[in-house]
Design a protein around this ligand. Structure first.
Ligand code: ZN
Ligand code: ZN
Ligand code: ZN
Length: 257
């Protein structure tokens, strides 16, 4: 048994909360729980730090969580709100004098190579470059002693990966989840899953759909993430079942693995 600490680095949807140009009650809220950076989590265990996704807010998130070293990156999928902080890993490359392993599905690796063509170009340059070592996810894998179980789901028409480690799972950006993947999400202590808003969306699940999944899978605790500005922290929590809460930036969960 070892302990793992999961930190929610960002709990917001792709545009973040507050949303630019919006003056709704949640965007204007003084409650720090209503300030949501783009979605990502940090896993810290055995002296290692692993992030799931590198958002456009990655640098700010890494400073807030005081991430002094970075050992690996897992990607859920290739959307901009999940990948565009990759360039900001450079200080870790310099400090650790090493490339950082990146684990992703082949569809995501394909887009990373296009979106960050300069990282993968063979042309010599005097600029510092992010150093990455690509690993294609084909199934469960061991990362510094932790078994990582990929959970395939659908995000509108495209694939997305959630990840389970021990009795904790993280699944964001999905609209449907196959029965074979539901079977991998039994007996969870903590399930961090997305719940965008109340109104339906073709690419994301709503609060109602996320609650149905929670009722079916029965994790001990569920935490909603990838939240948009329709959902005020306190007002939404007041309507949720006791074991279900909105996640928030800086939320830390300590678990045994
Ligand atoms: Zn997203
Ligand atoms: Zn707003
Ligand atoms: Zn997405």
């Amino acid at each position: 048994m070892q302990s793992l600490e999961l930190t929610v680095l960002g709990s917001g949807t792709s545009m973040g909360v507050p949303t630019l140009g919006c003056h709704c009650a949640v965007c204007e809220s003084k409650d720090p729980h209503d300030k949501r950076m783009r979605p990502s989590v940090l896993l810290s265990y055995g002296g290692r730090n692993v992030v799931i996704d590198t958002t456009p807010d990655f640098r700010t998130q890494a400073m807030a969580a005081r991430i002094d070293r970075l050992d690996a990156i897992l990607y859920t999928h290739f959307h901009a709100d999940h990948i565009y902080g990759l360039d900001d890993i450079r200080p870790y490359n310099l400090k650790q004098r090493a490339a950082i392993p990146v684990y992703a599905a082949d569809t995501t690796i394909h887009v990373l190579k296009r979106a960050f063509a300069y990282i993968f170009a063979d042309t010599p340059t005097d600029s510092s470059m992010p150093g990455v070592e690509l690993h294609t996810i084909h199934g469960p894998f061991n990362l510094f002693g932790l078994e990582i179980l990929p959970i395939p789901a659908m995000h509108g028409p495209g694939p997305v990966l959630g990840f389970r480690f021990g009795k904790v799972a993280y699944l964001t950006d999905f609209s449907t989840i196959p029965e074979t993947s539901k079977a991998l999400l039994n007996s969870l202590d903590h399930f961090i899953l997305e719940a965008l808003r109340y109104d339906p969306h073709p690419m994301h699940v709503t609060i109602e759909q996320a609650l149905e999944l929670v009722a079916e899978l029965k994790p001990k605790h569920a935490w909603f993430t990838h939240i948009c500005h329709d959902l005020g922290h306190d007002q939404t929590n007041a309507k949720l079942p006791e074991n279900v809460r909105l996640a928030y930036d800086g939320l830390r969960l300590k678990v045994q693995i």
